[in-house]
Write a protein that binds this ligand. Structure first.
Ligand code: F6R
Length: 608
C-alpha cells in the first residue's frame, strides 16, 4: 500500500514530485523516493522514513535536475522499510525505473527466471521484477516494452515507468490499484489520488483496470490492454486544496471530527427533497426492492462497524434479514448469496483490497451491489451496480471519523427510503424518522459543543493499559468503533463487549480500578445496561458512561458521565460515537502519539 506520483512538463520535476508525495504520505510512510530523467540520464534518490527525509536528502529536490520524473511513498509489504527496498527501482542497465503500488503475486517465479537469465536483484521487493522485465523485453519501442512486461504480471498494480531513452515521456499502468491522470497545460501528471494533483490541475482522467497511458508535456494518450488508443473523458475535480489541509487544527483527525456535522449534512441534504428521499445512485422501484430477500453488508475495520450499527436500522425498518460480514472473511467463505441478495459494500477509500475481493466473490454469485463510498471514481464505486457517495470530502487522518459517520448516515437514508417504498413504515413514523435524520448534524454539533470536559477525562484515563467498552444493541456497535479508535491511535489495549456477555467470561477481568466505558444511550435497553454497570462497579471498575441528556440515574453509578442529546435509538450511533472519537483523540494527544499517522497503519489498505 503506497502512493505514486509522476510529472512531465517544463518546470523542475523533483519539487513537484515531493509536493505530491507529501499529500500521499497518508497512504504509506516508511520510505520514499524519486527518479528524475535529465538529458537521457536517470537519477534516483530514495531513503527510509518520511518524505521529510527525502526532502532533506535531495535539498528539496534541488539535487535532481530534470523535467520528468516519478515518485513513491511506501508502506512495506515485501521487504523491510530500508533505503534499498524503497522505490523507484532501476534496471541493471539504468535505463528503466519504476514506482509501484500493489502486489505482484507471481514475483517469486519471475524473480527466479530473471536471476537465471543473469539479472541482478538489489532489493527484496516484488516490484523489482518489473524493471528487469522491462530491460529484458526492451524492443526500442517504449509502449511495446511496457505491454510485453505487464503481460507477464499477475496481481494488482499501479505503475509509473520512466525510460532514459524516451526523454519527457512517462508511462502509467493500472490494474486493480488506484491511478488518476492529471491534465495540465504544457505539463501532465499521474497520482494514486487527487490530493496530489489539485495544487496543479483540476482536470483528471480516471483510468480503468487494464488501461495504460503515455504522458508527455503536450499530451496524454490512453490505451486499452491490447494497445488500442481509447478516448477518455476528462472529469473535473471539485475538492478544494484547503479541504485537504488541516484548517487550523493541530491534527487532521480533530479537523475531521469537527467537520462531521457538515459532512453528514452534505450526505443528507442533496437526497432530501421536501418530504421525499431521493437516492441519486440507487433508483430501485418498489418492485425491484421486493425482489431483495436479504441484505449482506461487507466492509473492513471501522466501515465494518458502521455496517454493524446500520444493520439495526435496516432490519427494523425494512423487515429484511441483514448480516454484516468482515470482507477479509467473506472473500474466503462459501456465502449463501444469489441474485436475491443485495450486497452493500462500505468503504471510505473505495480501494480496500479485501472489500474489493469480497465484492467480486459475491458478484460472481449473482448479488446485486450497492457501494457506499467516499472517493469518487474509486474501484469499489466503479465495480458496483449502484453507488451512493458519502460526500465526506477528503479524509486524511488514518483513523476514520467522518468517513464512518457519513457511511452510517447513508445507511440510515437507505433504510428509511426502502421502508417507505415498500410501505413498511407509517406516514407518521416516516415523518418522525425523517426529521430525526435531518436533525443529526445539529445533534452532532451539540455533542461537540457540550463536551468540553473530554480533554480532562482523557488526562484522567490515559495511564491505563487496558479499557473495556460495553453496550447493548446499537450501543454495542458503537462500543466496537470506540474501542478501535482508542487502540489504533493511543495504543491502549481496548476491547468492546456486548454488555450482556460480560457474565459469560469477561467479567473475570474486571478488577479494582479497571476502566470501563459504558454506552447507555439506547433508551429501549438502557435499564439493562445499567445493571451491567452496577455489576462492574461492584467489582471495582471505574466507569465512564455515555448517556442521553436527562438520564440522572446514571450519575449514581458512573464515575464520569458524557451526555449526548436525545436521538431515536435507530440513529443514535452517529451521534454517540462522536465523544468516543474525541476521547481517543485527546488520550492519544496526552500520550504524545503521532495521531494522524499511527504506527503500523496506513490509510488505504490496497493489499490483502
Ligand atoms: C480505522 C480505519 C480502518 C478503515 C478500514 C476500511 O479508523 O480507518 O479500520 O475503516 O481500513 O477502510 P475503507 O473504509 O477505506 O474501506
Amino acid at each position: 500500500m503506497c502512493g505514486i506520483v509522476g510529472f512531465t512538463g517544463k518546470q523542475s520535476a523533483a519539487p513537484v514530485l515531493l509536493a505530491g508525495l507529501k499529500k500521499l504520505e497518508y497512504r504509506g510512510y516508511d520510505s520514499a523516493g524519486i527518479a528524475v530523467e535529465n538529458d537521457g540520464l536517470i537519477s534516483v534518490s530514495k531513503v527510509s522514513g518520511r518524505i521529510a527525509n527525502l526532502c532533506e536528502k535531495t535539498k528539496d529536490g534541488a539535487l535532481l535536475q530534470g523535467n520528468t520524473g516519478i515518485g513513491h511513498t511506501r508502506w512495506a509489504t515485501h521487504g523491510a522499510p530500508t533505503d534499498v527496498n524503497a522505490h523507484p527501482h532501476i534496471s541493471n542497465d539504468r535505463r528503466f525505473t519504476v514506482v509501484h503500488n500493489g502486489i505482484i503475486e507471481n514475483y517469486m517465479a519471475l524473480r527466479e527466471e530473471l536471476i537465471e537469465k543473469g539479472y541482478h536483484f538489489e532489493s527484496q521487493t516484488d516490484t523489482e521484477v518489473v524493471v528487469h522485465l522491462l530491460e529484458m523485453y526492451d524492443s526500442g519501442d517504449f509502449k511495446e516494452t511496457v505491454m510485453r512486461t505487464t503481460a507477464r504480471l499477475e496481481g494488482s498494480y499501479a505503475l509509473g515507468i520512466l525510460c532514459a531513452d524516451c526523454p519527457g515521456t512517462i508511462y502509467a499502468v493500472r490494474e486493480a490499484s488506484p491511478l488518476i491522470l492529471g491534465v495540465g497545460v504544457g505539463e501532465n501528471f499521474f497520482a494514486s489520488d487527487v490530493t496530489a494533483l489539485v495544487a496543479y490541475t483540476r482536470n483528471a482522467i480516471y483510468l480503468e483496470d487494464g488501461e495504460f497511458a503515455a504522458l508527455t508535456p503536450n499530451g496524454i494518450s490512453v490505451f486499452d490492454c491490447t494497445g488500442a488508443p481509447i478516448r477518455k473523458e476528462i472529469s473535473r475535480i471539485t475538492w478544494s486544496i484547503e479541504a485537504a489541509e488541516k484548517g487550523g487544527y493541530d491534527h487532521f483527525m480533530l479537523k475531521e471530527i469537527m467537520e462531521q456535522p457538515r459532512a453528514v449534512k452534505a450526505a443528507l441534504t442533496p437526497r432530501l427533497q421536501g418530504d421525499e428521499i431521493h437516492l441519486d445512485g440507487f433508483d430501485y422501484s418498489a418492485e425491484e426492492l421486493r425482489e431483495i430477500r436479504k441484505v449482506v453488508i461487507t466492509a473492513c475495520g471501522s466501515a465494518y462497524y458502521a455496517g454493524c450499527a446500520g444493520k439495526y436500522a435496516i432490519e427494523k425498518l425494512c423487515r429484511l434479514p441483514v448480516t454484516v460480514e468482515l470482507a477479509s472473511e467473506l472473500r474466503y467463505s462459501d456465502p449463501q448469496i444469489d441474485s436475491s441478495t443485495l450486497l452493500i459494500v462500505l468503504s471510505q477509500s473505495g480501494e480496500t483490497a479485501d472489500t474489493i475481493a469480497a465484492m467480486k466473490e459475491c458478484q460472481k454469485r449473482g448479488a446485486k451491489t450497492l457501494a457506499v463510498v467516499n472517493v469518487v471514481g474509486s474501484t469499489i464505486a466503479k465495480l458496483a451496480d449502484h453507488t451512493l457517495y458519502t460526500w465526506a470530502g477528503p479524509e486524511i487522518a488514518v483513523a476514520t471519523t467522518k468517513g464512518y459517520t457519513t457511511q452510517l448516515t447513508v445507511l440510515y437514508l437507505f433504510a428509511l427510503y426502502t421502508a417507505e417504498k415498500l410501505a413498511l413504515v407509517s406516514e407518521e413514523d416516516y415523518h418522525r424518522l425523517l426529521s430525526q435524520l435531518q436533525g443529526l448534524p445539529k445533534q452532532m454539533q451539540q455533542v461537540l459543543d457540550m463536551n468540553t470536559a473530554i480533554p480532562r477525562l482523557a488526562e484522567k484515563y490515559k495511564h491505563n493499559s487496558s479499557v473495556f467498552f460495553i453496550g447493548r444493541n446499537t450501543d454495542y456497535s458503537v462500543a466496537l468503533e470506540g474501542a478501535l479508535k482508542l487502540k489504533e491511535i493511543s495504543y491502549i489495549h481496548a476491547e468492546a463487549y456486548a454488555a450482556g456477555e460480560l457474565k459469560h467470561g469477561t467479567i473475570a477481568l474486571i478488577d479494582e480500578g479497571q476502566p470501563v466505558v459504558a454506552l447507555c444511550c439506547n433508551e429501549m435497553i438502557a435499564e439493562k445496561t445499567m445493571n451491567n454497570i452496577i455489576e462492574v462497579k461492584a467489582r471495582g471498575a471505574k466507569v465512564l458512561a455515555v448517556a442521553e441528556k436527562g438520564n440522572r440515574t446514571i450519575l449514581s453509578q458512573a464515575d464520569d458521565v458524557i451526555y449526548i442529546p436525545r436521538v431515536d435509538p435507530l440513529f443514535s450511533a452517529a451521534v454517540e460515537v462522536v465523544p468516543l472519537q474525541l476521547l481517543a483523540y485527546y488520550t492519544a494527544k496526552e500520550k504524545g502519539c503521532d495521531i494522524d499517522k499511527p504506527k503500523n497503519l496506513a490509510k488505504s489498505v490496497t493489499v490483502e
